[in-house]
Ligand binder design. Structure first.
Ligand SMILES: *Cc1c(COP(=O)(O)O)cnc(C)c1O
Length: 377
């Protein structure tokens, strides 16, 4: 046990109230009152065209691949410095994966290295807003339009985060791709244990997505009286979560501002206090590109190498603080490395070996943390 764990889920206090209310309503399966409330919240607050809650971001990515009807022979470009699900959802459909490098200054995909990877078979570009921090979207959207490829934002950690465009406008992450996926896993800013959602920003996908979401049936149009019979109309799966998940999520969404503000205080505190502690060792604070308007999902340091990072992890451990590294490059993974035929991806490897995430959660006690780090036992 650590005195300061890496993450500790935050509870607003209303989770059990809404669970009880869902029970009283007498409907706990999918697509009830709380599911609709949550979906409407996102559609109205961020201008998302259509939202489907799912059991996870992993499932939302799988649903995206199904909605786009991707399969063998189709190429999908994505960053190597990403979570397993970002790639696995497309591997499941038999797509060919083409991995891109990170920016030198920042772990997100290097937008200048994408165009060389595009081929006549490229159907989709999946980007990851690393730690809830935006990719350089104007260049990425331009590529998607120029080459007529679908753009999917893996915005798993990017709830209530924005991209500052060149006109000075803040655009919600998840509203710029044809589709976007989000996570409500316990480790994310807003959570219901396990949960996620698929966002559609292109209305032409809505009917197909509704069928795929509802086990391949026309249940929605049947319930609205628009179809004479309830039947099998498409491939699909059971992607829709129960009202139990949605009721919990609703209690969290009501506190979205509060949660972000609390996280910002900790993020800013790290950024002010760590430089003096670590600069002599060459350990760096994050460099955040000017177009990022973040949601304070994570705070990371970059070390000079693997060995120094291990020393830092052990130093923090000895003081009762758990810090953890992050993604292992997907192109070098045990599952993929034999198939990988692309160039070396040096920047992604650099972040694999040097990046360290510090504890960041709403109830983190900064005085306790400072005492532990500086106290010296
Ligand atoms: C957390 C995360 C996922 C997985 O989300 P789940 O809801 O746990 O399936 C996928 N992609 C990225 C970038 C993530 O950060």
């Amino acid at each position: 046990m650590y005195e300061i764990p890496f993450n500790s889920p935050y509870f607003t206090g209303n989770e059990l109230v809404y669970l009880q209310d869902a029970q009283k309503r007498g409907r706990l399966s999918s697509n009830g009152e709380y599911t609709r409330k949550c979906q409407h919240f996102f559609e109205s607050r961020y201008g998302f065209e259509r939202v489907f809650l799912t059991h996870s971001c992993t499932q939302a990515l799988e649903m995206a691949a199904l909605v786009l009807d991707l399969g063998p022979g189709d190429e999908v470009i994505l960053p190597s410095y990403a979570y397993v699900s970002t790639a696995n959802a497309f591997a499941l459909r038999g797509c060919s994966l083409v991995f891109a490098d990170s920016r030198p200054d920042f772990p997100a995909i290097d937008e200048t290295k994408i165009e060389d990877l595009i081929s006549p078979r490229t159907r989709a570009l999946v980007i990851v807003h690393y730690g809830g921090m935006s990719c350089n979207m104007e260049k990425i959207i331009e590529l998607s339009i120029k080459h007529d490829i679908y753009l999917i934002e893996d915005a798993a950690a990017a709830i209530d985060a924005y991209y500052l465009d060149s006109n000075g406008e803040e655009i919600p992450l998840g509203s710029m791709g044809h589709m976007a996926t989000f996570s409500f896993h316990e480790t994310k800013n807003i959570s219901c244990g396990e949960g996620g959602m698929l966002v559609l920003n292109d209305v032409s996908f809505i009917d197909r997505a509704e069928h795929i979401w509802s086990r391949g049936t026309n249940r929605k149009s049947y319930e609205r009286g628009l179809s004479a019979a309830y039947q099998w109309v498409s491939i699909g799966s059971a992607f829709a979560p129960s009202e139990i998940n949605a009721a919990w999520l609703w209690a969290q969404l009501e506190q979205i501002e509060h949660i972000k503000n609390k996280r910002k205080i900790i993020w800013d505190w790290y950024d002010e206090h760590l430089e003096a502690l670590f600069e002599n060792f060459g350990i760096k604070r994050p460099t955040i590109p000017e177009f990022v308007r973040q949601n304070y999902h994570l705070y990371y340091l970059t070390c000079t190498g693997l060995e120094q990072r291990q020393d830092l992890i052990e130093f923090l451990q000895s003081r009762g603080v758990l810090a953890v590294f992050h993604y292992q490059c997907l192109h070098l993974s045990p599952f993929f490395r034999e198939q990988y035929q692309g160039e070396p991806l040096y920047e992604a490897e650099k972040f694999q070996n040097t990046l360290l995430r510090l504890p960041l959660f709403v109830d983190l006690d900064r005085n306790q943390l400072q005492g532990l780090i500086q106290g010296g036992k």
